[in-house]
Design a protein around this ligand. Structure first.
Ligand SMILES: NC(=O)c1ccc[n+]([C@@H]2O[C@H](COP(=O)([O-])OP(=O)(O)OC[C@H]3O[C@@H](n4cnc5c(N)ncnc54)[C@H](O)[C@@H]3O)[C@@H](O)[C@H]2O)c1
Ligand SMILES: O=C(O)C[C@H](O)C(=O)O
Length: 485
């Protein structure tokens, strides 16, 4: 069976063929016979005998695309031209540009925009550094920083390969929150080096969004930067994910009529995303959480508990389970996966409690195929855009930074993250809520605004009480916050 056609593997094929109506249906019929989907046919040139057209086709991947192209070569009278991968076409020359906001038409403009006029603005900022937010791009600019060590679910592919993702994040910042974000891919490896480089570029920015930096270094880098910078620092893979998961869980629990305080939750993955999800779940009131990782259930007596694992063992697993994910899942109300593909079976899901919830979020392959999970679970979500209930950080980070920037915030707190999760969940009204709609679409108009105002409000409330709640992340572990509602 051919893999499911997806727009991310769409191709445009240039073809020349005889100018007769059956020729077009022969071509589209052949494509669909191979399980691909034709979405457009644009005529590029037409003559009395021959036509030239570009056909856009959704395929299930590289091999499937090649299979479709090869099958068209067999059609009589059809000549194949260039085949373009539309995802690569969208990346030609990169996805961003920098534009001047001021006109530069003649010497007068030059004298103000640049020298000598600019010198007075320079002196004003030197005398009053706060003016940088008023007189430069700082107030609305965020650095999207990565070292490329944990790109999506692909691993350590380095800073150059991280560029398309960071450019993409910057494009999303602009599209959804009108924030000017800039991709900064660092050829730096140690915690010390990364912290030093981010600190050195920080004057330009009103916030730092860390992306795709591997665990456990991401924890220390964020802790250090939060303690040493006067602008908010937010590791999206941790906190963006946690906000969306808690929002989605809040709504999923409404669907299945269960409470977060009593729900039995299994969290597969104790890395960057898993650790942050655990923290926010606890802050949201969850109490019965069992965490599993590549070595099975995290418990106090397990060997080689390092990094954040001793803390995880301490605050989870109230029924003192040992063993594997399969042991943990029995009787659970909720499964949340941020670990690896295909580690959960439909039989495992069948052992869960009635009206169970499965969030299988590993990318690009989820912990369980969503259609398999749906055989036994009432609510199923994944990180994928080709299935209902897509859980992705893009629902959170644009609004979070909009709120932080509007409040001129200097820090990020767990109260802000929880407020963001609640606001995001509330975008789905009681009338809209159902098992296949627990999170809104990112294109839903209210998403960024709801998240931004919730974060801005908490940021303003907390202004002046800096350090009393979080400060460095390690302090949060000792002093967790629970919010109502
Ligand atoms: N959908 C989303 O929005 C979203 C957000 C963040 C992360 N993710 C996905 O979650 C996964 C983890 O991301 P991360 O940044 O936390 O990675 P990470 O490397 O920091 O952590 C991975 C965790 O999974 C565990 N793990 C790895 N292989 C396993 C296996 N075969 N069986 C059981 N556990 C295993 C590891 O022990 C570790 O605890 C990735 O696939 C990533 O793409 C998805
Ligand atoms: O950042 C994302 O959008 C995806 C997620 O973080 C992932 O690691 O797959």
């Amino acid at each position: 069976m051919s893999p499911m056609p997806s727009v991310s593997y769409s191709i445009t094929i240039r073809l020349e063929f005889a100018a007769r109506s059956a020729a077009v249906s022969d071509i589209t019929g052949r494509i669909e016979q191979h399980g691909a989907t034709v979405t457009a046919l644009d005529v590029a040139a037409s003559g009395p005998e021959r036509m030239r057209a570009d056909i856009t086709v959704l395929t299930g991947g590289h091999d499937h695309a090649m299979e479709v192209v090869d099958s068209l070569k067999e059609l009589e009278g059809v000549e194949l031209g260039k085949v373009s991968d539309r995802t690569f076409l969208a990346h030609l020359g990169g996805k961003l540009t920098v534009e001047s906001k001021v006109p530069i038409r003649h010497r007068d403009d030059l004298s103000m925009v640049y020298t000598p006029g600019v010198a007075r603005v320079v002196k004003a900022i030197a005398e009053n550094p706060e003016d940088a937010r008023r007189l430069t791009i700082k107030r609305n600019t965020v650095a999207v920083v990565s070292d490329g060590s944990a790109i999506l679910g692909l691993g350590d592919l380095g800073p150059l390969a991280a560029m398309p993702v960071m450019e993409g994040k910057a494009a999303l910042f602009k599209r959804f929150a009108n924030i000017d974000a800039f991709p900064i891919c660092l050829d730096a490896h140690s915690v010390e080096d990364i912290v030093a480089h981010v600190k050195a570029i920080a004057p330009v920015f009103a916030g730092i969004n860390l992306e795709d930096i591997s665990a456990p270094r991401c924890f220390e880098i964020e802790d250090r930067l939060r303690a040493e910078l006067d602008i908010p620092v937010f590791h999206d893979d941790q906190h963006g994910t946690a906000i969306v998961v808690v929002a989605a869980l809040r709504n999923a629990l409404r669907v299945v009529e269960k409470d977060i305080e009593t729900a039995r939750i299994v969290l597969s993955g104790a890395g960057a995303a898993g650790t942050a999800i655990l923290r926010l779940l606890r802050a949201a009131g969850a109490r019965d959480i069992v965490v599993t990782d590549i070595h099975g259930i995290v418990h106090e007596y397990r060997e080689q508990l390092e990094g954040r694992l001793p803390w995880i063992a301490e605050v989870t697993n109230p029924r003192e389970l040992t063993g594997t994910l399969h042991d943990a899942i029995e009787g659970a109300d909720v499964f949340i996966g941020v670990s690896a593909g295909n580690i959960l079976s439909a039989e495992d899901v069948a052992t869960m409690a009635d009206r169970s919830i499965v969030f299988a979020m590993a990318n690009p392959t989820p912990e369980i195929d969503p259609s398999e999970a749906a055989k036994h679970a009432e609510v199923v979500a994944t990180g994928r855009s080709d299935f209902a209930n897509q859980i992705n950080n893009v629902l959170a980070f644009p609004g979070v930074f909009r709120g932080l920037l509007d409040a001129h915030a200097t820090r990020v707190s767990d109260r802000m993250l929880l407020a963001a999760a609640k606001a995001l969940a509330d975008v789905v009204s009681a009338e809209e809520l159902n098992p296949t709609y627990i999170v809104p679409s990112v294109f839903h108009e209210g998403v960024t605004k709801a998240v931004a105002s919730a974060v801005e409000q908490v940021a303003r409330e907390e202004a002046g009480t800096v350090d009393s709640i979080t400060g460095a992340m390690s302090a949060v572990y000792a002093d967790e916050i629970t919010l109502e509602g």
